[in-house]
Design a protein around this ligand. Structure first.
Ligand SMILES: [Zn+2]
Length: 492
């Protein structure tokens, strides 16, 4: 048995001011064949799992290139094509193969293509022929199009948000693909479009129980896999939205029935899946009224993980104006300010302008007398078993009427995933009352354990929390909450 594997992944924000080209991938993740390290990343877990299983189970694995870029604007078309064609050429050279494993994100757009993953899977199918088995891993924040489902044999999405289960799902994908090649199972997929958008953090109800329910269904006879595609509201494409995918062992009618049942539950509970969000001032009031600290306050409106610049200054400005003390906030993406800090002595005080640069939605920059409290070269933060770079970084302290606010500045744009993004630049999180993180929900894995409480505020940054505020041109209407909820529909 011969399997080929490769990865091409990013999450494209149609409204992001940050450009994405081939270099954006090469600066984040670019492993050529044989270069993949002996640890999984979020989008390459299938490769890592298959590499470990190949030796145990006696199959041959041919590794192709792996690309991942931090979310930002749609990819330069020629660069997308160069990465796609690099992988396809490697696959062609590896033929014949019995199967292909693709680690994709599923919300990648190019300037001239709204369904990069659908096109890639379709071209893989053309190369390998109808008999080969194609297995795909997606992030749940994907646009799960009909083209992808019709050209693949098995698709599995991460179930958890934060996506801490990427290795578990890769284990399942490799198992289903190899069992299919051996003729033990015959996967058939059902895809149901809920025709709505929402947000599904699985650390809280009702999404926590929904994940448990999907797993109970997976234990039933003939059920191979159940996934919920959350969709990605910052992508302006016709196929944006929430979808349910069920993979059965040659039992399409049962798969359709389950997809309909789960999809209708998602639809009936629309609007209740997302956590409540308060205003910037309400969040500050709640944090300082809490009996104990630290209170972690997330600002999803400036989440680099969704393509925002992560340099919006609205929340920090209110912390400073209100004279808050024992506060920390970040990360602010500002390579220029980081470079300035790296020329200074730790403990020195100097005037610094930072933040508020990428676009009008970043707000005005902050000008402050800052004290340098820490420096880091080539910093890395933890996300489960994965490591994510935040580049060179600096910790600065701004004195306020109530004490001080510590700020972490980074040079590789990323959201707050691990606590290293603060601790590596001299910021002691345990001593804080208020910890502000720029992240929608991935922060939760590392920050909830150190928080007395987690709250979410709308920092009025570039990614509105209310999807009705985006200037969409392409999403398929009617679609809730932009319209009355239309009837759900089967796509496959
Ligand atoms: Zn995601």
């Amino acid at each position: 048995m011969r399997l080929f594997t490769a990865s091409l992944a990013t999450e494209s924000n149609s409204f992001s001011p940050i450009p994405t080209d081939r270099r954006s991938f090469e600066e984040c993740v670019y492993f050529r064949p044989g270069e993949h390290p002996d640890r999984p990343t979020h989008s390459t877990a299938s490769l890592w799992v298959a590499r470990n299983r190949a030796a145990q189970e006696g199959f041959e694995l041919i590794e192709g290139s792996c690309f991942w870029a931090e979310p930002s604007a749609p990819v330069v078309q020629a660069d997308y094509e160069s990465m796609r064609d690099e992988i396809l050429a490697q696959l062609e050279a590896a033929l014949p193969v019995d199967g292909v494993l693709l680690g994709l994100h599923g919300a990648m757009l190019a300037q001239g293509c709204d369904d990069c993953e659908g096109e890639l899977i379709e071209r893989v199918r053309e190369l390998v022929g109808p008999a080969a088995v194609i297995g795909v891993a997606f992030d749940p924040h994907c646009h799960l199009t009909e083209k992808r489902v019709r050209n693949a044999n098995v698709i599995i999405l991460f179930k958890e948000y934060p996506h801490t289960d990427f290795v578990e799902r890769a284990e399942e994908l490799v198992s289903l693909v190899t069992r299919t090649i051996r003729g033990e199972i015959h996967p058939v997929m059902s895809l149901y479009d809920c025709r709505m958008d929402d947000l599904f953090p699985t650390t809280r109800e009702p999404a926590r129980s929904f994940v448990a329910k999907m797993k109970v269904h997976e234990a039933r006879p003939e059920m191979l896999s159940v996934s919920l595609a959350h969709g990605f509201t910052q992508g302006d494409v016709a196929d944006q939205g929430v979808r349910v995918l069920v993979v059965t062992d040659d039992a399409k009618a049962k798969g359709d029935a389950l997809a309909l049942e789960l999809g209708d539950e998602v639809r009936a509970r629309r609007g209740t899946w997302r956590p409540p969000h308060c205003s910037i001032d309400e969040a500050i009031d709640l944090a300082y009224a809490a009996e104990a600290g630290p209170v972690v306050v997330a600002d999803p409106s400036d989440n680099a993980g969704g393509g925002a610049a992560s340099d919006n200054t609205n929340v920090l400005r209110r912390l400073l104006e209100r004279g808050c003390g024992d506060a920390a906030i970040g990360p602010f993406w500002d390579p220029f300010a980081v470079a300035i800090c790296h020329t200074k002595e730790i403990g020195s005080t100097f005037p610094l302008r930072f933040g508020g640069k990428a676009s009008a939605a970043s707000g005005a920059p902050v000008d402050a007398e800052v004290t340098l409290i820490g420096l880091k070269r080539d910093g890395w933060q933890s996300f489960g078993t994965a490591k994510v770079s935040f580049g060179d970084a600096a910790g600065i302290r701004i004195a306020t009427a109530g004490g001080s606010v510590d700020v972490t500045l980074i040079s590789n744009r990323t959201q707050a995933l691990g606590t290293e993004i603060f601790s590596d630049v001299g910021i002691d999180l345990a001593s804080k009352r208020y910890i502000g993180v720029k992240s929608t929900h991935h922060f939760h894995a590392a920050y909830a354990p150190i928080a007395s409480e987690v709250i979410y505020c709308d920092g009025l940054g570039p990614s509105p929390l209310d999807s009705r505020l985006y200037p969409y041109r392409k999403i398929s209407r009617p679609h809730w909450p932009h319209d009355e909820l239309p009837p759900g529909r089967f796509l496959v």
